[in-house]
Design a binder for this molecule. Sequence first.
Ligand code: APR
Ligand code: PHB
Length: 395
Amino acid sequence: MQTRIGIIGGGPSGLCLARLLSLAGIKSVILERHDRAHVEARIRAGILEQGMVDLMRKAQVGARMEREGLPHDGIVLTFGDRVERVDFAALTGGQRVMVYGQTELTRDLYDAVLSDANISVVFQAHDVHPRGFLDGQPVLEFVADGQPRALACDFIAGCDGYHGASRAAVPRDMITEYERIYPFGWLGLLADTPPVHEELIYSNHERGFALCSMRSHTRSRYYVQVGLTEKVEDWPDDRFWDEIRRRLPGRFADKMVIGPAIEKSIAPLRSFVAEPLRFGKLFLVGDAGHIVPPTGAKGLNLAASDMYYLSTALIAFYQQGRSDLLDRYSQTALRRIWAAVRFSWWFTSISHRFNDEPIERKIQLAEFDYLMGSTAGRTTIAENYVGLPFDASFG
Ligand code: APR
Ligand code: PHB
């Protein structure tokens, strides 16, 4: 087997990258460990920045998102009983975000990818090993249907998430990994109930952080901060609903509609960056190269700039014989990644309970007061939340 771009991982990064390349006539093969149903069923965040929305349009997979996505012009921040709204539209010259679940986005991408003549997908591809990317002919060795196979390619895109095979194949002395693990996780619950409010609510409460999000007008996604030793089995639905209502100001708690959970899971919080993101002919994209805590909803939106930069660089290579953009990929992508890592860490640090020391909450309150009383403070939240721009000089 042979192709131009060998893509490891059929999550949003691998799928969208393959589409962007295909529309420029560049063929690729995606090796995905699971099957389509498994990938689509993974519940992840649901907030798209304009950059990701634009990329979906560019990949010609934006039609349903345009119809069904919910544009949001602001968020609500609460501290104890205090309620404040951050108005993105007013603070950032009309920018907004879009509520559209990653499960839906992944489905739209698979619909397009599986009928695209330039893209092949191998599901249930096991034991994937990238070889020869540092100084020879890149090859992806893998096992499919119990048979060993090899895919020769010009370049490898490692789009296989945090636990993937691509970063693991890089010699340890060529890569630096920066990591912080937070001393708590998020317990999330999905329910077919109307959202408690028309916008997202991020709540800093003395019992811990809570978030009220949504997927549509009839489906809600809620989270509460929990200790690292907590188990989902110890959180029957009633306990979850009681806890989240205790962490919200009365006006929201009183009108929250509760119902049976469709899904409930605990996710750890992590900040992680690998440097660099290029190793010869292997490029890391999305979660394979970086992870942020979900507080700013940046995970998928950071993968978006990687996909944009790498697709632009590969298209310039094939269409104009240029390799300068491939050389700049890592540095350019990392600049935006670190900016979002900083924001996600900071937003986490001002909204979560880290310890039992009373001074922590006093300092958080002082910061909340300062931020909400200052146009500069509100603007810093708004412009980071709607997403920092892609580097316009890359191209
Ligand atoms: N071989 C083949 N496929 C693999 C391997 C492997 N060794 N390891 C992982 N995969 C597949 C996974 O099954 C998954 O479908 O790679 C895909 C990676 O997808 P994601 O983890 O969703 O990562 P990515 O595509 O970069 O998506 C961006 O940003 O913060 C997040 O929630 C956000 O998931 C979103 C991500
Ligand atoms: C979600 O809807 O799952 C979601 C929204 C915003 C976040 C994190 C998760 O910051």
